[in-house]
Design a protein around this ligand. Structure first.
Ligand SMILES: *Cc1c(COP(=O)(O)O)cnc(C)c1O
Length: 413
């Protein structure tokens, strides 16, 4: 009997529309890339996680085809029954080498990897200490465990606490949480390597120091970092020169590393071994498809042969950020290809960001506005994401459109 629920959902959906919170999906009629077709129109794409431009790279597409020819379309099994092929093991080995980890376990997504990690390893006697802006999949993963939890104020390493007057909540620094958790059996500090809304980077060196001081493990979600952060693209741990001090990395193959799907946890030998025996999304969900395995192996081969792609990405990012600053846009400073163009100095920031993004699309540039509740109130923005696949000409077109519409809407003078 669906009647009651139908009425309820219809009214909730109407309310989403009324609050401008309804999620509309634009339909792409081409492959993913710097230039895509949306509603029959060619536009330049500046909002994909296609950091290295590998989503439709001919070598990856070919590797996926070849792997289908060699190992078929699917395994129809979980790993421990009859779903492990030689190439699954090879990919795990290659991921471990890439990150400098003992071992790796594959999942069908990073969401699964994060969902799998906490419950088998941390119980009532243990402490999970997590950054307040960590990804939804980490939040859900932690919820599945019985461990005690501390949420530290985003990026705050301090040993102090303060009162947030607007919410009435107590904000604690990481060291403060570690002090409170000191009697727990196991402690783990959990952070995104790069945070997706601001493109800011976790202070992994300081986190590792605190982990040493308080005998805690370090878990880093590298979804927005793997493949290009650090001088050879290994990630945030390479960027901070702490590759041997991080215990577990989770990442996705759905962003820089090819863009299809899949993910993994890489880390200490016994942790990975335990997860192979206990992690529920690993034990009770299908094995990663051979095509994804083949293409991800090719991706790692490309990235270990040369740093050209990550160097191009970083150059493109620097170029875009500098030009936008010169034009007078309010850009959150940083080095990450996530470049937030802020509207916080305007009263009508949320409507303005949406209007701006709509005008950009009319001018052939696909960017997206983010507003509350995805970002804090007044912190409305257009989040531009730069790719190694963008040509200078395409980036210049994007900048010109920002300049023209910025003047038209009185965002810059
Ligand atoms: C994208 C993302 C995920 C989820 O990755 P999937 O492989 O798409 O499930 C998890 N954590 C972070 C920080 C992400 O940005």
């Amino acid at each position: 009997m669906y009647t009651k629920m139908k009425q309820f959902l219809k009214s909730e959906i109407t309310s989403l529309h009324d609050q401008n919170l309804y999620k509309h999906e634009r339909v792409i009629e081409s492959e993913q890339g710097p230039e895509i077709t949306v509603s029959g129109k060619q536009v330049l794409n500046f909002c994909a996680n296609n950091y290295l431009g590998l989503s439709s790279h001919p070598d990856l597409v070919k590797a996926a085809h070849d792997e289908i020819d060699k190992r078929g379309f699917g395994l129809s099994s979980v790993r421990f029954i009859c779903g492990t092929q030689d190439d699954h093991l090879l990919l795990e080995k290659k991921m471990s080498e890439f990150f400098g980890a003992d071992d790796t376990i594959l999942f069908c997504s990073a969401f699964d990897a994060n969902g799998a990690f906490f419950e088998p390893l941390f119980g009532k006697e243990d402490a999970i200490i997590t950054d307040s802006l960590n990804h939804a999949s980490i939040i859900d993963g932690i919820r599945l465990s019985k461990a005690q939890r501390w949420i530290f104020n985003h990026g705050d390493m301090s040993g102090t606490e303060s009162l947030d007057k607007s919410t009435g909540k107590t904000l604690k620094g990481l060291e403060k949480c570690l002090q409170e958790a000191k009697d727990c059996r196991f402690k783990v500090i959990v952070t995104d390597g790069v945070f997706s809304m601001d493109g800011d980077i976790a202070k992994l060196d300081e986190i590792c120091d605190l982990a040493d001081k308080y005998d805690a493990l370090v878990f880093v979600d590298e979804c927005h970092a793997s493949g290009f952060m650090g001088k050879t693209g290994r990630g945030t741990h390479e960027h901070f020169n702490v590759m041997d001090r991080v215990d577990v990395i989770s990442t996705t193959f759905g962003k820089a590393l090819g863009g299809a799907s899949g993910g993994c946890l890489s880390g200490k030998k016994e942790i990975i071994e335990w997860l192979r025996n206990k992690a529920r999304p690993y034990l009770f969900s299908n094995t990663l498809a051979p095509a994804v395995v083949g293409a991800t192996l090719k991706c790692l081969e490309i990235l270990t042969e040369s740093t050209t792609l990550r160097d191009t990405l970083m150059d493109n990012t620097k170029y875009f950020r500098e030009k936008m600053n010169l034009l007078g846009f309010d850009i959150i400073p940083g080095i990450h290809p996530i470049t937030p163009v802020m509207f916080r100095n305007f009263d009508n920031s949320s409507a303005l960001a949406v209007k701006f993004a709509d005008r950009m699309l009319e001018e052939g540039i696909y960017v997206i506005a983010f507003s509350f509740p995805v970002v804090p109130r007044k912190m409305d923005r257009i989040r531009v994401q730069i790719s190694a696949a963008h040509s200078r000409e395409q980036i210049d077109k994007c900048i010109s459109a920002f300049e023209m519409i910025g003047k038209e809407l009185n965002v810059i003078s």
